[in-house]
Design a protein around this ligand. Structure first.
Ligand code: MN
Length: 129
């Protein structure tokens, strides 16, 4: 059973992400702002974080940089959820420490494939250490 934290302020995107993740058998934790998401990440240690980039207050890139600078959370993969699917944005997203990104609107198949691949990479890494 994997625990996935979704940090997303848009209710429709949150509902869809939760539905897809729960359908795939994941336990879903949710936060609608970065500050709450950071607290949940530290306490619950999810296996994966889906991070919206545009959030009220602290944005998703800043929140990712904080997670990746903290020994307690830096090993958790972060996938950015972004409506900005242009080249420069991918570089910004990678620079902040995100391990991947998914463009919105969420496409069902791409969404689950990306998540599965990242969780697989992580469990392979865990098995060899
Ligand atoms: Mn947003």
């Amino acid at each position: 059973m994997t625990k996935v934290l979704v940090i997303e302020d848009n209710p429709a995107n949150m509902t869809l992400a939760m539905f897809l993740l729960e359908s795939a058998g994941h336990t879903v934790l949710s936060a609608i702002d970065a500050e709450t998401g950071l607290t949940i990440a530290r306490v619950q240690k999810p296996d994966l974080i889906l991070m919206d980039i545009q959030l009220p207050g602290m944005d998703g890139l800043e929140a990712t940089a904080i997670l990746k600078a903290d020994d307690a959370t830096k090993m958790i993969p972060v996938i950015a959820l972004t409506a900005l699917a242009m080249k420069g944005d991918e570089e910004r997203i990678r620079a902040a420490g995100c391990d991947g990104y998914i463009a919105k609107p969420l496409a069902y198949k791409e969404f689950l494939t990306t998540i599965k691949a990242l969780l697989q990479t992580q469990s392979d890494a865990a098995a060899t250490t």
